[in-house]
Design a protein. Structure first.
Length: 91
């Protein structure tokens, strides 16, 4: 009787073990795909950030700002002798 019970337990355990292994393999594959997707998304974010940093650098260049001030706003740089500094003393 003990041998029959042991045989039944083994007969049930083996397919359950295979099913568990198959489930783990599917789960592992899904997680690997998710990690790969996240790495690709991270690479896209990094590239986008690099592009934005380059754009910020070009937009904030002093040559560009000076050109806009001169061409669009009609502003000119003043020579040092044209600048007057006024100081107010506290008496």
């Amino acid at each position: 009787m003990k041998n029959k019970v042991l045989l039944y337990v083994m007969a049930l355990t083996l397919p359950l073990s295979f099913a568990l292994l198959a489930w783990q393999a599917v789960r592992f594959s899904d997680l690997r795909d998710e990690v790969e997707r996240l790495y690709k998304a991270q690479d896209e974010w990094v590239e986008n950030n690099k592009r934005l940093i380059t754009e910020i650098a070009s937009l904030s260049s002093s040559a560009r700002i000076e050109k806009i001030a001169k061409d669009s706003l009609g502003l000119d740089k003043k020579r040092p002798e044209e600048v007057m500094q006024i100081t107010i003393s506290n008496r």
